[in-house]
Design a protein around this ligand. Structure first.
Ligand SMILES: Nc1ncnc2c1ncn2[C@@H]1O[C@H](COP(=O)(O)OP(=O)(O)OP(=O)(O)O)[C@@H](O)[C@H]1O
Ligand SMILES: [Mg+2]
Length: 227
């Protein structure tokens, strides 16, 4: 099932920060959303999540900062239980162990509050929670911003393996064109609250048409980035 949405938009404090946007995300596809800081990538994600939830379509979201996902007063074990309950999943220690091992979180106590873990560990914990579900769409907003390159690559490989099994569509948001180029088959470029260009990744990198895409391709040393 392709996810189609028309007319996504957002206005904050009287300013249009997302101009009317139509999206079409084929099932199982991996799409990169790139663009400079402040171009509206996260805003588009929130508008998309609101729309899909209103339509009853399951979407999992790993926000840009783990602070947005984790309550500082609750233990990580509490978050995990809540996620299982919300998803109607029976506790499955084997599955949890597999996920935590793959995300290199094994051996860590969950009976602590989030700030007892590093930000990179918190980010991977939130990714593990997202992988508990089998959503139609998984949105990762700057998923590797707190991870070192080796763990970032392993984490994204795990995510890809998981979504290949579940048929989940992946929207990966980043200002890191190297990451998007390596992980997404299709790219959308945002600039000042608009999607200004979309194309197959190889085509966009070889022949960017809009000036924001051209400057991203020209000014990022994307080919040598590690993940
Ligand atoms: N709640 C809000 N109120 C007012 N302005 C907002 C709000 N949320 C976002 N904006 C503005 O909208 C624009 C887009 O912000 P957004 O967070 O979507 O950008 P982004 O592309 O995700 O940037 P980054 O790469 O830094 O995460 C920015 O100018 C931001 O200041
Ligand atoms: Mg953002």
């Amino acid at each position: 099932m392709t996810i189609h949405v028309d007319g996504l938009s957002a206005v904050r404090a009287g300013r249009t920060i997302l101009h009317p946007t139509n999206l079409s995300l084929p099932q199982g596809s991996r799409i990169g959303l790139v663009g400079p800081s402040g171009s509206g990538k996260s805003t588009l994600c929130y508008a998309l999540i609101d729309r899909l939830q209103a339509e009853g379509i399951a979407v999992a979201h790993v926000p840009q900062s783990p602070d947005e996902a984790l309550d500082p007063l609750r233990t990580l074990a509490f978050h995990w239980r809540q996620a299982e309950r919300a998803l109607g999943i029976a506790p499955d220690p084997a599955r949890k162990g597999d996920l935590f091992r793959a995300l290199r979180l094994q051996g860590q106590s969950l009976n602590v509050r989030p700030w007892a873990w590093s930000r990179g560990m918190q980010q991977r914990f939130v990714i593990a929670v997202a992988l508990l579900a089998q959503p139609a769409l998984l949105i990762l907003d700057e998923p590797t911003s707190a991870l070192d390159p080796v763990i970032a690559a392993a984490t994204l490989s795990l995510v890809e393996h998981h979504i290949a099994e579940t048929g989940t569509t992946l929207l990966i948001v980043t200002h890191d064109l190297g990451l998007a180029a390596a992980r997404a088959a299709h790219l959308m470029v945002m600039h000042e609250g608009r999607v200004v260009e979309q194309a197959a990744t190889a085509d966009l990198l070889a022949r960017p048409v809009s000036s924001p895409a051209q400057s991203l391709v020209a000014h990022r040393n994307w080919a040598v980035l590690p993940c």
